[in-house]
Design a binder for this molecule. Structure first.
Ligand SMILES: CC(=O)SCCNC(=O)CCNC(=O)[C@H](O)C(C)(C)COP(=O)(O)OP(=O)(O)OC[C@H]1O[C@@H](n2cnc3c(N)ncnc32)[C@H](O)[C@@H]1OP(=O)(O)O
Ligand SMILES: CC(C)C(=O)C(=O)O
Ligand SMILES: [Mg+2]
Length: 502
């Protein structure tokens, strides 16, 4: 069984519990892409689906079983033969198959869902495990709504299913009801009162209805569970499940817990974005670990402390979760240290600038706007001061042709160090053609990673703001452009980013 008593197994259910979220249903090729990313992340188990639920979900479990080799592939069933037969068939190609079967354990479910009794439910639980065990060695049993179940009956059920062949016993807080100490005590109670508990791994599966899913999972692990069920970005039924990135970063950050997983946390940022994009579930900016603001500092005292010593305001290293660097966001709550940091980053020599004067002008602008961008700083500084990009690329002329009667093309004249060069290029649209023309003049291997166009107030006559992120020699650079002409704004944003690495 367990070789290392401090190893926590990570059971990912993004593709099953996560996929139960309205609007998050995925096609098989998308599920395969996520499953491969989960494999690279280092999860131990991938819950691939609920095969009886639909032909599409059945096929996804078949294809995932073929596509993934390292993690265990798990299929969910109810406690009945039909569901189990379907799971067995769907898992036929899995190198390491697991059947996850179970039934309600709380009196609420027994009475109002099954109109049954504890004795009969216990029998159905044992029968299901024995039946599944004939086909697959690795059987996980879930005692649904265990969070609200009577501990004495739950212990009886857990003991019976382990005796019937369950190798993992899942104690779900299906409705996110428990408080961390209640849930932790439940796991400890099972550890201490189930005679054969050493023959199985206890698994925690917590929902976030009261916002304590991760805390409950942690309490379960501290009290002896060694498998945690979780999803990327914490997606799942209702308020979601324990977030994989949260629970694993807690274990990584708190060495004193002496618990560890096989997760390569550097993949978090990438896989979180992938799941969010494919499932069309935006991640809230303040989401722990992978939210846009998780490593962004926006008030002066924090920014100053961070700049003096990162650990003053960060308990994790952003690189550990795949984020290149922390952000210092300039707002009217920022101080001189943060402004100086950005001025230096943009190429201004601070000892040649009167910081107090710039700061006064900065505050007036920051009170008017929510955040101050690089462009805002550049325009603040353009008041009689030096242009940090005076030696960079400038557009002298831009002409595009597009529309449905002509192939999009762009002619660009760029000036660099006083020398003008011209190029013409085609593309699949006017912006693409313009960027191709700029690229052919610059002759550098620049990758455009992000590109957004936003009307500032709305309306087709509005000024549009273009944000771009380009990658050059492994580093990211941001560029901004403003214009009523979206092609011009895009070209300016691209050059702005380029000029930062020149
Ligand atoms: C806590 C969880 O997340 S559990 C997983 C939840 N996920 C899903 O439900 C998604 C997949 N589900 C489905 O596609 C469908 O609900 C199916 C195919 C499973 C069943 O569909 P239907 O046969 O039409 O039944 P329906 O969903 O309406 O009702 C569920 C039935 O399963 C029974 N049931 C529920 N859980 C279990 C269980 N663990 N073991 C045995 N029976 C169960 C219910 O009592 C009900 O049976 P009844 O018809 O005798 O009252
Ligand atoms: C199917 C089980 C494990 C579940 O998702 C729950 O109880 O929340
Ligand atoms: Mg669940």
């Amino acid at each position: 069984m367990l070789h290392d008593p401090n190893r926590v197994y990570v059971f990912d259910t993004t593709l099953r519990d996560g996929e139960q979220v309205p609007g998050c249903q995925l096609a098989t090729p998308e599920k395969i892409e996520i499953a491969r990313a989960l494999e690279a992340l280092g999860v131990d188990v991938i819950e691939a689906g609920f095969p009886i639920s639909s032909p599409g979900d059945f096929q996804s479990v078949v294809e995932l079983s073929k596509a993934v080799s390292e993690p265990i592939i798990c299929a969910l069933t109810r406690a009945n033969k039909g569901d189990i037969d379907s799971a067995v068939a769907a898992l036929q190609y899995a190198k390491r198959p697991r059947i996850h079967t179970g039934i309600g354990a709380s009196d609420m479910h027994i009475q109002y869902k099954f109109n049954s009794t504890r004795e009969k439910i216990l029998e159905r639980a044992v029968e299901a495990v024995k039946y599944a065990k004939q086909f697959v060695e690795d059987i996980e049993f879930y005692a649904e709504d265990a969070g609200r179940a009577d501990n004495i009956f739950l212990a009886q059920m857990v003991e019976a299913v382990i005796a019937a062949g369950a190798t993992v016993v899942n104690i779900p807080d299906t409705n996110g009801y428990c408080l961390p100490d209640q849930y932790g005590s439940k796991i400890l109670y099972l550890k201490e009162n189930v005679k054969n508990i050493d023959q199985a791994i206890i698994s925690v599966h917590c929902h976030n209805d009261l916002g304590v899913a991760t805390a409950n999972s942690l309490a379960g692990l501290i009290n002896g569970a060694r498998q945690v069920e979780c999803t990327i970005n914490g997606i799942g039924e209702r308020a979601g499940n324990t977030a994989l990135e949260e629970v694993t970063m807690i274990l990584k950050t708190h060495h004193a817990l002496n618990l560890h997983t096989n997760i390569n946390t550097k993949h978090f940022s990438e896989i979180s974005a992938m799941v969010s994009r494919m499932m069309r579930m935006p991640v809230q900016p303040n989401k722990a670990i992978i939210g846009q603001n998780a490593f962004a500092h926006s008030s002066g005292i924090h920014q100053d402390g961070f700049l003096k010593h990162r650990e003053n305001y960060e308990i994790m290293n952003p690189e550990d979760v795949g984020v290149n660097s922390s952000d210092i966001i300039l707002t009217a709550r920022s101080g001189r240290h943060a402004l100086k940091h950005h001025l230096e980053r943009l190429g201004y020599e601070i000892d040649r600038i009167n910081l107090d004067q710039v700061y006064d002008r900065f505050l007036i602008l920051a009170d008017e706007k929510k955040t101050i961008s690089d462009d805002d700083i550049l325009s603040l500084m353009s008041d009689g001061s030096e242009d940090p990009y005076k030696n960079g690329y400038k557009i002298n002329a831009l002409h595009v042709e597009c529309g449905d009667l002509t192939a999009p093309s762009a002619t660009v004249k760029l000036e660099y160090n006083g020398i003008e060069k011209e190029a013409k290029a085609t593309g699949n649209g006017p912006v693409n053609a313009t960027i191709n023309a700029i690229q052919s003049i610059a002759g550098k291997d620049i990758l455009l990673k992000e590109f957004t166009i936003q009307a500032i107030h709305g309306g087709s006559d509005d000024v549009s703001k273009v944000n771009m992120r380009v990658s050059y020699e492994g580093k990211s650079y941001l560029g901004y452009g403003f214009s009523t002409d979206i092609v011009k704004a895009s070209a300016d944003a691209y050059l702005d980013a380029m000029n930062k690495f020149l």
